[in-house]
Design a protein around this ligand. Structure first.
Ligand code: SF4
Length: 242
């Protein structure tokens, strides 16, 4: 059974994970943009996107600290927010340990929404099984599937099967830096989309929000939602922990 840990006698709360940071802010993107949210950022990533804005979340950088799931939960409970963003790096890279963390977060009674930013290069099947088997996780957990387009340099790593595990509440994020990215995003949606909210987000350095809006309207993408990174408007774009 997927929800059972394969870690012998270890109490799930004692499992250690490499961490980058835990902090409060407002969600910057997607359907929950603007809501106060607790961010839990795990260390390690299996991709190296050209425009990545969190290179401190994978090698050669080092984790900021190691924390047991119990310690992570204690830290999260210092904040009153009902939204959690579990992010990285790639937060699902830790397999059964990621599952144990998601279950522990879902046990916090006032948490209503755990959205998981995943990079499209992780098989979502075990996590979808978790959502089906654990009623509490099923109610609270959502995927934000970040589909990497050509300008990321990682588009060949995308697991297209993942589209079939998405629910209506999930989101599919396309970060668009070039015209080619835009056209590929359209094609992917046409061919693979089943459920979830498609979000188009511009790479600020190479595609202005205005250009992206014009293209969305030109191609009549009526189901697509523009998503701007609020934290880049509120704070310095390079500031961490916001
Ligand atoms: S998946 Fe995310 S964290 Fe990993 S390299 Fe790409 S943008 Fe950076």
């Amino acid at each position: 059974m997927v929800a059972e840990l394969q870690t012998g006698q270890v109490d799930p709360k004692d499992i250690k994970l490499p961490m980058v940071e835990i902090f409060e802010t407002v969600e910057g993107e997607g359907t929950k943009a603007g809501f106060p949210t607790t961010f839990v950022r795990l260390f390690h990533c299996n991709l190296r996107c050209t425009w990545c804005d969190t290179p401190y979340s994978y090698a050669p950088a080092k984790p900021s600290f190691m924390a047991t799931i119990s310690e992570i939960i204690t830290e999260v409970q210092k904040y009153p927010h009902k939204h959690i963003c579990l992010t990285g790096g790639e937060p699902l890279l830790h397999g059964q340990k990621s599952i144990a963390l998601i279950q522990a977060l879902a046990e916090i009674s006032y948490i209503e929404d755990i959205h998981i930013e995943t990079n499209g290069a992780i098989d979502l099947k075990p996590f979808q099984e978790l959502r089906n088997q654990d009623e509490r996780v099923g109610r609270k957990m959502r995927f934000i599937l970040d589909y990497k387009l050509p300008s990321s340099g990682e588009t060949d790593k995308m697991i297209l099967e993942n589209f079939k595990y998405l629910h209506d509440r999930d989101e599919i994020k396309f970060v668009i830096g070039t015209d080619e990215d835009f056209q590929v995003a359209r094609e992917v949606l046409k061919k693979w989309y089943q459920r979830g909210v498609p979000l188009f987000s511009p790479v600020w350095e190479t595609m202005s929000p205005k250009q992206l809006v014009e293209k969305i309207l030109e191609y009549q993408l009526t189901e697509v939602k523009l998503s701007l990174q609020l934290h880049k408007v509120i704070w310095d774009p390079d500031q961490r922990g916001v």
